[in-house]
Ligand binder design. Structure first.
Ligand SMILES: C[S@@+](CC[C@H](N)C(=O)[O-])C[C@H]1O[C@@H](n2cnc3c(N)ncnc32)[C@H](O)[C@@H]1O
Length: 203
């Protein structure tokens, strides 16, 4: 996707909601951090200088816009053209944090990727989420019905991903995750955000 177009589409959401959530989640992080699906680098300005971030982004058109942002921020950021399957190449217990920013909705195999995140996180590590998720009630049923068409036009994005359940099943304590209800947006209404922690070894 064209990175300029993406940034225009998301600009209002950044100003109203996302920017503040990114700051709250990312500023306290330190050490070795893996970010999956960095897009145009919207997260980069919020990391502190104590963070060394390896940022994966498979779409070159998005990464082109992320690269200059990686160079002008406080953290050290290594941007790689790579997708989530790259997690398999990292050593076990090597990361202080793994960050999923608006990306789990688009991954083809989110359960497998979350298991890899669990594997590469240190026992003291943090899984960081900022994700839109399936809503309850009628809206959830509408999201179920529209997801096949939505995926085709929105880069594989699922409107109806049950992300909290997937994170829990991958061996994380999800009790500290919070939700935010977006105002006046029809198809995407609920954000799941916060920290999840390694809790047990998944089978
Ligand atoms: C909705 S954008 C979010 C971008 C950015 N993280 C943000 O918060 O603005 C989703 C991003 O995930 C990337 N993506 C899609 N499939 C992916 C995969 N299998 N592995 C890693 N990233 C992927 C897309 O290229 C896109 O940049």
């Amino acid at each position: 996707m064209n990175g300029v177009l993406y940034d225009v589409m998301i600009a209002l959401g950044e100003r109203k909601v996302l920017g503040a959530l990114r700051r709250e989640l990312l500023a306290p992080l330190w050490g070795e951090i893996l970010e999956v699906g960095a897009g145009t680098g919207a997260d980069f300005p919020y990391y502190g200088e104590q963070a060394h971030v390896i940022a994966l982004e498979p779409d070159r058109a998005m990464a082109v816009r992320a690269q200059p942002r990686a160079q002008r921020c406080a953290a050290t950021i290594d941007l790689c053209i790579a997708d989530d399957t790259t997690l398999a190449q990292f050593a076990a217990a090597s990361m202080d944090a793994v960050v999923f920013p608006l990306v789990l909705c688009s991954l083809p195999e989110p359960a497998a990727t979350l298991m890899q995140a669990r594997r590469i996180l240190k026992a003291s590590g943090t899984l960081v989420l900022l994700e839109h998720v399936r809503s309850d009630g009628m809206l959830g049923r509408i999201q179920d019905a529209l997801t096949p068409a939505w995926r085709a036009v929105a880069g594989g994005c699922h409107l109806n991903r049950a992300t909290r359940q997937l994170v829990h099943a991958a061996g994380f304590d999800t009790s500290a995750l919070r939700t935010h209800r977006l105002p006046r947006l029809f198809l995407i209404r609920d954000l799941l955000f916060g920290y999840a922690y390694p809790a047990w070894e998944p089978a």
